[in-house]
Design a protein around this ligand. Structure first.
Ligand SMILES: NC(=O)c1ccc[n+]([C@@H]2O[C@H](COP(=O)([O-])OP(=O)(O)OC[C@H]3O[C@@H](n4cnc5c(N)ncnc54)[C@H](O)[C@@H]3O)[C@@H](O)[C@H]2O)c1
Length: 272
């Protein structure tokens, strides 16, 4: 069996970083990390599809990406928990943009629920987005990546260790995604598809602030001390969405051709 990964050693740095001629799908790209990822991939030359729950917000976010970087961008409605909407939205993307080369499984939820209070439904809801969503997205992406491609799973340092109280479903789901990243890399390699995880530590985003405040309250920590309490950063500050987006760009680009199946910690040294 031949594994179709070209040796790109002779290419210039600019060529290796460029995503010209490629199309990137970002799930949950309306806000937070996904929005920053869409902007950097567009700056590198990719056409962008922002796939999120609310089609109006997805279209508005795509318009903002297009006006900032000039790359073609569209917004589509996609609920990653529902394989049917993932399939139909991907059909729409392929029809509008001509294919799929990079797929970023970024959509995620992180409700704070202590183990003793957790219902079956609450547990399943977290896994439906954070793990089945990755399965749905990756499966549809791999089916369309007829010329090879890259799948990037946004994991978390919660995929490596326990974190704040209340996040058992989240921690379990992100450990699962790290495992799925290894297994999908193995299964998709013959199709020229690399699969990588990127694991951020705490980065303030729209969705994350609400979770962090709830987790701090559960731990009895004053919300005013939240950034210091949430991070053991070695770089003197918490990460920004763009810090994470630049690592995703590296993973998606040909600079990282040698890498598949692993999860890159983008954590300011917090997990050492
Ligand atoms: N912010 C952090 O500190 C941090 C750290 C580690 C990992 N992460 C991971 O990064 C990813 C993004 O986090 P964020 O902080 O930007 O979150 P966010 O809540 O700000 O944004 C999440 C986006 O995902 C979308 N989404 C939610 N459920 C969806 C579904 N079923 N289908 C499609 N879209 C859906 C939301 O509408 C939203 O636009 C998540 O996977 C999260 O676990 C975040």
């Amino acid at each position: 069996m031949s594994y179709p990964f070209a040796d790109v050693s002779e290419r210039s740095l600019a060529e290796l970083l460029s995503l010209e001629g490629r199309t990137a799908v970002i799930t949950g790209g309306v806000q937070g990390l996904g929005r920053a990822i869409a902007l950097r991939l567009a700056e590198a030359g990719a056409q962008i599809a922002i796939a999120d729950l609310d089609p109006k917000k997805a279209t508005d976010a795509a318009a903002a990406v297009e006006s900032e970087h000039g790359a073609r961008a569209i917004g589509v409605r996609m609920d990653v928990t529902d394989s049917e909407t993932v399939r139909t939205a991907t059909d729409e993307i392929v029809e509008s943009l001509g294919g799929v080369d990079v797929w970023v499984n970024n959509a995620g939820v992180f409700p704070s629920i202590p183990v003793l209070d957790m219902t079956d439904e609450q547990w399943d809801d977290v896994f439906a987005v954070n793990t089945r969503g990755v399965l749905n997205g990756s499966r549809e992406a791999a089916r369309r990546m007829t010329r090879g491609g890259v799948i990037v799973n946004v994991v978390s340092t919660a995929g490596f260790r326990g974190t704040a109280p209340g996040l058992s479903a989240y921690v379990g789901s992100k450990h699962a995604v790290r495992g799925m990243t290894k297994q999908m890399a193995l299964e998709f390699a013959p199709n020229g598809i690399r699969v990588l995880g990127v694991a951020p530590s705490y980065v303030p985003t729209e969705g994350n602030m609400a979770m962090a405040e709830a987790a701090m309250a559960a731990a009895g920590i004053d919300a005013g001390n939240m950034p210091a309490a949430m991070t053991r950063s070695l770089i003197g500050r918490v990460g920004t969405p763009d810090d994470i987006a630049r690592v995703v760009l590296f993973a998606a680009s040909d600079l990282a051709t040698i890498m598949t199946g692993t999860t890159l910690l983008a954590d300011a040294g917090e997990t050492i």
